[in-house]
Design a binder for this molecule. Structure first.
Ligand code: WTA
Length: 650
């Protein structure tokens, strides 16, 4: 079912919470956890009502916890709050005023610290700047930034005005920017001249210019540009503005307006199995409750922690666990601009030592790359400040888990393997570090209020250790509220596969202990270095190229990246390639989508193997891509010579 990497290490030892960690954990008593979990399932509205009141400040209390008109949920009805008050003002107006909110380190090494008081100043000023440019509640704003504090400030200022942000990962191409800006109908783009990556300046503003050229994004009125890297940029008078100039003139006070709990907070585009990326919609109240409670219990966030999540704000992990969840808890976050291997593979460990990081959250891909780079990198740094490690984005193979636990965690830090999705908004399945005994490779148990099941295609439950589809049986506060502009697709994708069940797109199994193991996607979504990529997106990029007749993209297990992208391509009869076809097509995909989508392997074929009804036989292509001998029934192949031809390729 899964084509992510398979483990050779069988490790079913239980790792109970280390005693020293447990002694100081927020939640240390298994019986208390079990009581809370039971309550969250038996009386979800009672549980969430209480938690929501306790966890975030409401400007107007809610009068109803949940309205569930399947598959549309509304949480905390009647309640009003403002995400920037929850994440910033709440703390700036308290003893945390002078506590560091964001410690930022640029790739070249400079460090900036923003206290909660300073963060509030910046957010208020930017809110004034955006209003002065005509931005109003409900208007959408695209944010296309490097990892600099201004990215978080921009998100929080949009939230303050009730203008949903649409963060676009800085590695995406101008075409991807244009599609996302247009789908969301954004009125503004906040960007930067460029940022640093592996010692180079990666320019961003020119990609925005390209997206906007020839009236490419007709809804965009203003572009605000942070000066980060100093690379030359072109400005269009009236449309483009420097951030620092606008901020200088902006009043320093701004009163946040209350937003309804269901007011849209942001859109985030993510890949699905068909068509273009979809704009996942999250709203204010439920999302904040979900990210606040999970940050508090899964990461055990406490006031003396320095918390470092290595994600980019362009992904959901950056939204929920760099910005909203940790800041809502008043935590100190470390934000790092650049690459993990710049100047060498010790950078993260140097950051941990320098900033005394206590909680570290990264993806298995990074861990596997560190293993390959060698233990001398972590060995050169003092990692004694670490007390908790987290993993996200893809299944963590037991070898990587054990290395993380031993070499990075010094065997004293619990490892929380957290399963969730852009759509779930917050962590859904994860150990709670003070109470759950962990097993390498298992995401273990559902979080409060989460009721998962592993089922067969017909919806009947699987037995212990039997692989099946992962489903969730009830709504949760931070769930997506829909797909921007496409309710039908929302219904069909998530609630249409099995009646009354949220289908996650992943396969899973439950072991005899009751622990969940996530095995990988069952749809045509790849997980490349922890990033989601739709095979359909890559295929559509390939067929845009004038030489290409047909393309089929599949994943191949990859030791470091989890999955690598393999494209099978047939060329048009009249194609007269004047360059290396493989390189040209790889570069073409990078140009259309972004470097993360670049196929690792382009394989040319005379024809693609198809069933008699004309469907491309992906299973077969996956096996060919993986280098295996195709198994199973191939009698439906239209042309067996095609198979032979493909096998001979390379
Ligand atoms: C995968 C990232 C195994 C899964 C937060 C999911 C995981 C997809 C894990 C969502 C994990 C995420 N173990 N697989 N701990 N965490 N995934 O939307 O396939 O970028 O459906 O959200 O990543 O990716 P997304």
């Amino acid at each position: 079912m899964s084509d992510t990497i398979h483990s050779v290490l069988i490790e079913d030892r239980l790792f109970p919470p280390p005693a020293a960690f447990q002694a100081k954990a927020r939640l240390k008593d298994l019986a208390e956890y079990e009581r809370m979990y039971r309550r969250s399932i038996d009386d979800p509205e009672g549980f969430w009502g209480e938690q929501a009141k306790a966890l975030i400040p409401w400007m107007k209390p809610f009068d109803k916890v949940l309205e569930w008109k399947e598959p549309f949920a509304k949480w905390f009805l009647g309640g009003q709050t403002n995400a920037s008050v929850v994440c910033v003002d709440q703390h700036a107006n308290s003893w945390r005023k002078n506590k560091a909110a964001i410690i930022w380190e640029g790739e070249p090494g400079e460090v900036r610290t923003l206290t909660y008081g300073q963060l509030q100043q910046e957010v208020m000023k930017l809110a004034n700047v955006l209003s002065s440019m005509g931005l109003q509640k409900g208007d959408r704003v695209a944010i296309y930034m490097p990892m600099v504090p201004e990215a978080a400030i921009a998100m929080l200022a949009c939230a303050r005005l009730g203008a949903p942000h649409n963060v676009i990962f800085g590695g995406f191409s101008s075409e991807a920017v244009r599609d996302r800006v247009n789908d969301a109908g954004c009125k503004m783009i906040i960007t930067a001249d460029g940022g640093y990556r592996r010692g180079q300046v990666v320019a961003l503003k020119p990609a925005v210019d390209e997206a906007l050229a020839k009236n490419g994004c007709p809804t965009v009125e203003h572009v605000l540009v942070v000066k980060r890297a100093g690379n030359p940029v072109q400005f269009q008078a009236g449309r483009d503005h420097w951030w620092h100039e606008a901020m200088q003139k902006a009043p320093a006070k701004h009163v946040a307006e209350p937003m309804d709990a269901e007011h849209p907070l942001f859109l985030l585009y993510t890949s699905g199995s068909t068509g273009k990326p979809k704009g996942i919609l999250h709203t204010t109240g439920g999302y904040l409750v979900g990210t606040t409670i999970t940050s508090r219990y899964v990461f055990d966030l406490q006031d003396d922690d320095v918390y470092f999540c290595t994600a980019d704000v362009g992904w959901i992990t950056g939204h929920s666990y760099i910005v909203y969840g940790p800041l809502s808890n008043g935590a100190t976050i470390l934000m790092y601009e650049g690459a993990p291997n710049y100047p060498d593979f010790g950078r993260f460990w140097d950051l941990v030592e320098k900033h005394r990081v206590s909680i570290f959250y990264t993806a298995p891909t990074a861990i596997r790359a560190f293993i390959r780079a060698g233990d001398h990198f972590p060995a050169r740094a003092d990692l004694s400040s670490l007390r908790l490690l987290g993993s996200v984005g893809e299944p963590i193979n037991p070898e990587a888990w054990m290395w993380y636990h031993r070499v990075i965690g010094g065997e004293r830090c619990p490892v929380v393997d957290t399963w969730w999705q852009t759509e779930t908004g917050a962590i859904m399945i994860s150990p709670l570090p003070g109470v759950t005994a962990t097993v390498p490779g298992s995401a273990t148990v559902p979080f409060f209020g989460v009721d998962p099941e592993v089922v067969k295609q017909d919806g009947t439950p699987c037995g212990p250790n039997e692989g099946g589809l992962l489903i969730l049986k009830r709504p949760w506060p931070s769930m997506l509220r829909g797909i921007w502009g496409d309710d039908q697709r929302y219904k069909d994708t998530y609630w249409g596969k099995l009646a009354h069940r949220y289908f996650a797109g992943d396969s899973s199994k439950r072991d005899s202990r009751g622990y969940l193991w996530i095995m990988g996607r069952v749809d045509d979504v790849l997980n490349v270095s922890g990033h989601r990529l739709g095979t359909a997106e890559v295929e559509s990029a390939l067929v845009q190229h004038p030489w290409v007749a047909e393309a089929a993209v599949v994943g191949r297990p990859d030791e470091i990246k989890g999955q690598a992208v393999v494209a099978f391509v047939t060329l048009k009869a009249n194609a007269k390639p004047d360059h290396d076809v493989r390189d040209t097509l790889r570069d073409h995909v990078a140009k259309v989508i972004g470097a993360i989508a670049k196929p690792d392997d382009v394989r040319l074929a005379d024809a693609l193997p198809k069933t008699r009804s004309g469907k491309i036989m992906r299973r077969l292509l996956k096996e060919i891509a993986a280098g295996g001998v195709p198994k199973g029934d191939t009698s439906t192949l239209e042309d067996l010579s095609v198979l032979a031809k493909l096998k001979d390729e390379d």
